[in-house]
Design a protein around this ligand. Structure first.
Ligand SMILES: Cc1ncc(COP(=O)(O)O)c(C=O)c1O
Length: 348
């Protein structure tokens, strides 16, 4: 199998707009908590993530017993797929769904089946149509990566109602904090037994480097996943940082508001230049070009200016680049380069 392709880091000093990291970094309280926890590094971390789970449960009004934490939500995705799908089984996802799901399926020997999207937006009808007796898991990401689009939560609830009871539905909300929909009804699906909701501290909380994700699991599913998690999976420093970040909701909200503002300006500049972007509900935007050659030529121009966007060939979208929302000066420079590119007739 091919290894999962992370974004390339480019030369030293390049500005990454490639990994959907936060433009605002972690809460100062998280940094202070991490520094304080360093002194305890001689000890193994809490295998029950007690403080972090308590903070998540208080912030979201959830039962701490239903929460499991992972070394990034990637660890939880990998363990869920290994626990519930194997050779001969199908994992159904969306055409442009998060690519790591495919890698996790390969690791488990399961087949990944993609349902087509309509206008860069996932279609629950297309997912419904592709459920077969071999489908074990339906995986969807809302808001989606790399499209940034989202569907109403009511459509996910209706999909759950129509799926066979023994099919596991995984709702990946890595960008959930950027979505203005109330997540309560999606969290509530986990109370019915066959649905897991995943979240991460890597995006809106600015803690990608601390590798901390969490999920809300029905008890039996959580028990199965737990057997596959690496015990002591989240370091003591990461747990301390994540707990403090979770308790600093003000920083998270300011990050979301600041990101949305920069994103709106960037999208407006690109639209004014003639690009047609899907509306994003996340901390990145997908930029379609006329074709793959134009996308590559634009990427080269951006790279020459020290700006690295993410090529989308792995998603079957080689005519697109994905730009993470970063500091305003970097976005302004990127918008300027892309506007000039278009103006000079290179996007064709
Ligand atoms: C949709 C989606 N899910 C999950 C992840 C994994 O995040 P992490 O492992 O950092 O929690 C990402 C990271 O980019 C993502 O885009």
């Amino acid at each position: 199998m091919a290894p999962y392709a992370l974004a390339d880091q480019g030369p030293a000093g390049a500005i990454s707009l490639a990994q959907n990291e936060s433009a605002f970094g972690p809460s100062p309280m998280a940094i202070a908590a991490g520094q304080a926890a360093l002194a305890q590094s001689g000890l193994y971390p809490d295998p029950e993530w007690t403080g972090l789970r308590a903070a998540i449960s208080e912030v979201h009004g959830l039962d701490a017993q239903q929460i499991l934490c992972g070394a990034g939500s990637m660890e939880l995705i990998g363990c869920l797929i290994r626990a519930f799908a194997g050779p001969g089984d199908e994992v159904l996802g969306s055409q442009y769904g998060y690519l790591f799901t495919k890698t996790a399926c390969q690791q488990a020997g399961a087949s990944f089946v993609a349902a087509p999207e309509a206008g860069f937006t996932l279609s629950t009808d297309a997912l419904r149509d592709r459920v077969t007796p071999r489908t074990r898991i339906v995986f969807l990401c809302n808001p989606g990566n790399p499209t940034g689009t989202r569907i109403p939560n009511a459509q996910i609830e209706a999909l759950r109602d129509d799926l066979p009871g023994d099919v596991l539905l995984i709702v990946d909300q890595a960008y959930g904090e950027f979505d203005d929909q109330d997540p309560a009804s999606i969290f509530a699906l986990t109370g019915r037994g066959g649905t897991v909701v995943l979240r991460t501290l890597s995006k809106a909380y600015g803690l990608a480097g601390a590798r901390t994700g969490w999920g809300l699991f029905p008890e039996a599913i959580g028990a199965s996943v737990r057997k596959l998690l690496n015990p002591n999976n989240v370091s003591a420093v990461s747990q301390a940082m994540a707990e403090a970040a979770m308790r600093d909701q003000g920083h998270m909200r300011a990050t979301v508001a600041g990101t949305v503002e920069i994103r709106a300006r960037f999208a407006l500049q690109l639209k004014a230049a003639g690009y047609d972007l899907p509306h994003s509900h996340a901390n990145f935007v997908l930029i379609p070009f006329a074709n793959a050659d134009a996308a590559q030529a634009a990427d080269t121009r951006l790279r020459d200016a020290g700006l690295l966007m993410r090529g989308m060939g792995g998603y079957g979208l080689s005519h697109c680049l994905r730009a993470t929302i970063a500091a305003p000066k970097h976005m302004a420079r990127a918008a300027e380069i892309l506007a000039t590119f278009k103006e000079h007739g290179h996007d064709r």
